[in-house]
Design a protein around this ligand. Sequence first.
Ligand SMILES: Cc1ncc(COP(=O)(O)O)c(C=O)c1O
Length: 427
Amino acid sequence: MLRMDLKGEDLPKYWYNIVSDLPDLPPPIHPATKEPLGPNDFYPLFPKECVNQEFSKERYVAIPEELREFYLRIGRPTPLYRAKRLEEYLGTPAKIYYKREDVSPTGSHKLNTALAQAFYAAKEGLEYLTTETGAGQWGSALSYATMMMGIRALVFMVRISYLQKPYRKLVMRLYGAEVVPSPSDRTEVGRKYLERDPEHPGSLGIAISEAIEAAMKDDKAKYSLGSVLNHVLLHQTIIGLEAKKQFEALGEKPDILIGCVGGGSNFAGFTFPFLEEVLKEKGSYDVVAVEPSAVPSLTDGEYRYDFGDTAGITPLLMMYTLGHDFVPPPIHAGGLRYHGAAPTVSLLKKKGIIRSVKYPQEDVFEAGRIFARTEGIIPAPETNHAIKAAIDEALKAKKDGERKIIAFNFSGHGLLDLKGYEDVLKI
Ligand SMILES: Cc1ncc(COP(=O)(O)O)c(C=O)c1O
């Protein structure tokens, strides 16, 4: 079958909380005292319900009925496609499936958590959320979500992306958000970096520091993060929960699950519901996290406590990290320019339950070109990483003569990332 659709009423009613199945997940700790932190430490920063979810040990967390309507509005449940033309092009006996997270108003998976976070923020009576954005996908998603919930967004956009992707900031502004390039002169942290280098390209880590500082200064605002934290990954599990139902309806079971990793949210969202079976010893999957060679936190980083941001404002998180002061090269996959990876994803790597690979920018854009010319969809540069790994697995299956079932998360489209294609592929 070329595509598998679910009906509106099949939209999941619960998110899957992997933390309930990872009892040895190291907690966030205070940078000075090294004491474990709890909900009270996080309430000043994030909407209350998000903090409760961050520390929840409940296995299945109910999705509010009102929020489910917003999910329907953005096109959920999203279809699962079979990449038949790509399979034919590669001449592989493998079947390749991809979950279409690009089919939403802002074009990526990021809306799944943006809507949830903005929903809880509005319920709590907040006036706006502050955040950072790399590629601009997350900022666009939060701008849409806050607009829908009747509040506002203040977005610190990594300067290099602000310059490389002028249309993203227009999307955000059209939805009513305020967008500033980071480092900016709006915060003490930003001014410090600008003094050192007025042309500083910025990084997600610096933008996070700025967004946190801005939220802490105003009691009408709180901060919203688009990846890394448990509650964010929890919201994204709607992807994998749908995909599982779709594979069940197809009567198939994927052998290999693939997702690209920046902070880890689309990868987690797609794979965690499958990994629930692995953690309960009821199933096994080859689960592959794909990173850029320029920012290989899971592949080449160290597993240790580190700050989530660059300036060292956040608590310490136990994760694979390249060091919080690592300034990633300005590759076009802006959403993958993060020095660490989510603590849950990091622990799964440490335990050997998932593995990671890395690819250079030229190779992933070439994979994107192949995908555009076979399946007809132009992928986001981040998504190209997952596609490259899926192609490599399909070619390996061809060499070994194996009829593997490969599934990857198509995290977003690249219609606003064409400059990257121009620069890298010289088209
Ligand atoms: C399309 C797309 N895919 C993947 C990512 C990476 O983020 P994460 O690892 O949180 O899914 C981003 C981040 O902006 C993105 O826009």
